[in-house]
Design a protein around this ligand. Structure first.
Ligand code: NAD
Ligand code: MN
Length: 358
C-alpha cells in the first residue's frame, strides 16, 4: 500500500468547516485502493497573522516541503484595509513551493441540460503578475503615468503547455473508464493575444504549440487549437460545452477561470489545484465566506473535488474518480443540496450523503 502524507491548512472562516470534509473523504476511500493517509494540521491565514504576526508560519512551509506529499488549503480572509506586514499565504506558498500551475476544472453534472466539462490550466508564476510596476512623471505623457512588465519565458510556457497536454491525456483515461465527459476527444485550446502582443504572447503561443507537438500527445490523439483571448471569452460563454482543456498565461487564465466558474451555478462547486513538480495543493475556489461562517451550511463539494484533484496529481486517478462519481451522484439526485444550490441540507448532511455513495 502507498502512504500519502497530507497537510491540512483550513485557514479562516468556512475553510475550517470544509477542510475536515476533505480529510473524511480520504479516510473513507475503499481499502482496496491500497492508500493510507497521514494528516498534519497546519496554520495559515489572517487569524494566524493576528495571533503570531505571520500569515504563513515557517513551520507550515517546513512541514509541507519536508514532510508532505500534498495538501488541502481552505480559504483565507483578507483584511478590508491593507494591514502592515500581511500578505496572502497562498500566494506565498505558490512561490515557495514553485507551484507553477493553477488548474481549475469547471464542470456541471453530465445530466445537465447543457453539460459543461472543461479544465482551465493557468500559468501561475509570471506574466504581469511578476508585479514589476513603476510610477513615473513626464509632461509629454500628460503628467503622472504608470507601467508594468509582462514577462513570458520559454521555460514556463513550455512546462504549462506540457501540463495541459498531460491533463488532456489523463482525461482521456477517465473518459475510457466510463466518465460521461462532454467533449468527445482530447483537445487543448491555447489562449493568447499574439495578434497584438507578438513578442510576449507570441512566445507563449510558439512554445505551447511546440510542447503540444510532442509525440506522446500526438500519438495520444490530443488535438490542438488556438483562440485569441477576447473571442475565447465570447465562445466560452456561448458554447462552453465545446471545450476540453484550455491553457493560458497568468492574467488571461485568472480572468477566464473566474468567468467560467460563473457558468456552473455556485462557487461552492468549483475546485482548483496548485501544482508543481511532484506536489499538489487542492484548494476550493471560494473564499472564507464570512456571511455564512459558523452556520454549518457551507457547500463542501468544492473541497471534495479539490481533494480528488490533488489525488489525480499525486498519480491516484482511480481514487479521484471514486470521489468525482460520488459527488456527481449527490448532485444528480439533488435531494441533499446545500442552500447555495437551492437546498436545505447542512454541510454535514451533504458530506455524509457523499460518503455513503463512495
Ligand atoms: P467568498 O468566496 O468568500 O464568498 C462569495 C459568496 O459566495 C458569498 O455569498 C458566500 O457565502 C458564497 N460562498 C462561497 N463559498 C461558498 C460555499 N462553499 N458554500 C456556500 N456558499 C459559498 O468571496 P468574498 O465574500 O468576496 O470574500 C470573503 C473573504 O474571502 C475575503 O476576505 C476575501 O479576501 C477572501 N477570499 C479568499 C480566497 C482564497 O483564500 N483563495 C478567495 C476569494 C476570497
Ligand atoms: Mn482570480
Amino acid at each position: 500500500s502507498r502512504l500519502l502524507r497530507i497537510g491540512l491548512i483550513p485557514g479562516d472562516g468556512i475553510g475550517r468547516e470544509v477542510i475536515p470534509a476533505g480529510r473524511r473523504i480520504l479516510e473513507a476511500l475503499p481499502s482496496s485502493l491500497g492508500l493510507k493517509f497521514e494528516f498534519t494540521d497546519l496554520d495559515a491565514g489572517f487569524e494566524t497573522f493576528q495571533k503570531t504576526g505571520a500569515a504563513l508560519p515557517e513551520r507550515t512551509v517546513d512541514v509541507l516541503k519536508n514532510g508532505c506529499d500534498g495538501a488541502l488549503f481552505g480559504a483565507v480572509s483578507s483584511p478590508t484595509k491593507a494591514v502592515k506586514g500581511y500578505s496572502s499565504p497562498i500566494v506565498a506558498l505558490r512561490k515557495k513551493l514553485d507551484l507553477y500551475a493553477n488548474v481549475r476544472p469547471v464542470k456541471t453534472v453530465a445530466t445537465a441540460a447543457s453539460p459543461i466539462d472543461m479544465v482551465i490550466v493557468r500559468e501561475n508564476t509570471e506574466d504581469l503578475y511578476v508585479k514589476e510596476e513603476r510610477t513615473l512623471e513626464d509632461p509629454a505623457m500628460g503628467g503622472v503615468y504608470a507601467e508594468a512588465i509582462k514577462r513570458i519565458s520559454t521555460r514556463a510556457s513550455l512546462r504549462i503547455a506540457t501540463m495541459a497536454g498531460e491533463i488532456a491525456l489523463r482525461r482521456q483515461k477517465l473518459r475510457e473508464s466510463g466518465f460521461a465527459s462532454i467533449h468527445k476527444s482530447p483537445l487543448v485550446t491555447i489562449t493568447h493575444k499574439s495578434n497584438v502582443l507578438s513578442q510576449t504572447d507570441g512566445l507563449f503561443r510558439t512554445c505551447a504549440k511546440e510542447a503540444l507537438a510532442a509525440s506522446r500527445f500526438v500519438d495520444g490523439g490530443v488535438a490542438v487549437e488556438e483562440q485569441i483571448v477576447d473571442s475565447m471569452v465570447y465562445k466560452l460563454f456561448r458554447q462552453p460545452g465545446s471545450y476540453d482543456v484550455i491553457v493560458a498565461p497568468n492574467l488571461y487564465g485568472d480572468i477566464l477561470s473566474d468567468g467560467a466558474a460563473a457558468l456552473v451555478g455556485s462557487l461552492g462547486l468549483v475546485p482548483s489545484a496548485n501544482v508543481g513538480e511532484g506536489f499538489a495543493i487542492g484548494e476550493p475556489c471560494h473564499g472564507s465566506a464570512p456571511d455564512i461562517e459558523g452556520k454549518g451550511v457551507a457547500n463542501p463539494i468544492a473541497t471534495l473535488r479539490s481533494t480528488a484533484l490533488m489525488l489525480e496529481f499525486l498519480g491516484e486517478e482511480q481514487a479521484a474518480a471514486k470521489i468525482y462519481t460520488a459527488v456527481d451522484a449527490n448532485l444528480e439526485e439533488a435531494k441533499l443540496l446545500s442552500p447555495d444550490l437551492g437546498g436545505k441540507a447542512t454541510t454535514e448532511e451533504v458530506v455524509s450523503d457523499i460518503l455513503k455513495r463512495l
